[in-house]
Design a protein around this ligand. Structure first.
Ligand code: ATR
Length: 271
């Protein structure tokens, strides 16, 4: 019987996940389907009860359900707990297993795109939303000695630093440029630079020339931040790879094959 999986959210039409998983299903010749499902919040509980009975092995979860499914899961991974939200569910033995793969997707993308990145250097993370949380958790777990946080609304950065404690510190949004001195990594998790949003304009002069610069924004692929960093020869990693890599653990759990993230996949998702 075909294995079923999908993605739930509301809205769901913009999701690139069906194309991503569809590419892997075809490539590995797997008898399976991955479908987008628009699920309004009022239908979430019923959906979570019904999908396993309909033969679904699991689902991805996107806005606005990431926190709600975390609350409803029977088992959660440490990294999902660190974020308080889940993006990947596995239905097994009548139970819902919840994971959050954004952080490891971020790291896998960083390691693939910047093989010389050193996890023993400090990092600067801009933004303090859900994405920042997963990334800070992943960086600290990977051994990064210190993470400096900055957010337009400083109170949100303070709240994030409180969650992670000692190895994090906060600088005011207006002082980001000076605080780039000594960093080994600069990450943008804000929506600045996305098509239709203002650019992220930072003075990068203090950033060491070997520091890696990455953005979770992938529309456009070359954000103003990444272009400015590339112009001064910093290694840059675009945000599409994070989307691709975060999908690997779900696909592996549902369909039984660990898929590869390569240029063919990038092309398929961008097409
Ligand atoms: P997510 O949970 O996906 O990270 P989010 O919570 O909406 O999304 O976070 C968006 C991030 O972009 C926030 O850090 C936000 O800053 P605030 O916490 O101050 O809102 C940041 N952001 C959005 N627009 C911005 C702008 N014009 N200037 C600076 N930061 C901005």
């Amino acid at each position: 019987m075909s294995v079923l999986a999908g993605v739930i959210g509301d809205p769901i039409g913009h999701s690139r996940s069906p194309r991503l998983h569809g590419h892997w299903l075809a490539r590995y010749g797997i008898d399976g389907h991955y479908v987008p499902l628009r699920v309004p919040a009022a239908d979430l509980d019923e959906t979570l009860r019904l999908l396993p009975r309909l033969g679904f092995a699991g689902i991805n979860v996107t806005i606005p359900h990431k926190e709600a499914v975390f609350d409803r899961a029977d088992e959660v991974t440490d990294r999902a707990r660190a974020v308080g939200a889940a993006n990947t569910l596995v239905f097994r033995d009548g139970r819902i297993h919840a994971d959050n793969t954004d952080g490891i997707g971020f790291l896998a993308n960083l390691r693939q795109g910047a093989p010389n990145w050193q996890s023993d250097r400090p990092a600067m993370v801009l933004g303090a939303g859900g994405a920042a949380r997963g990334i800070v958790d992943a960086l600290l777990t990977a051994g990064v000695p210190g993470v400096t946080l900055a957010n337009r609304t400083t109170a949100r950065a303070d709240a994030l630093a409180d969650v992670f404690g000692d190895r994090t510190q906060v600088v005011p949004w207006t002082e980001v440029s000076d605080a780039l001195a000594g960093q080994g990594l600069l990450v943008n998790t804000t929506s600045l630079g996305m098509t239709g949003q203002p650019p992220l304009t930072l003075d990068l002069h203090a950033l060491p020339e070997e520091a890696v610069v990455t953005d979770i924004v992938y529309t456009p692929l070359a954000t103003p931040l990444l272009r400015a960093a590339a112009a001064r020869d910093n290694p840059v990693v675009d945000g599409l790879g994070m989307l691709l890599h975060q999908a690997v653990p779900g696909f592996a759990a549902w369909f039984g094959t660990t898929p590869e993230v390569d240029d063919d996949l990038r092309r398929a998702v961008l097409a």
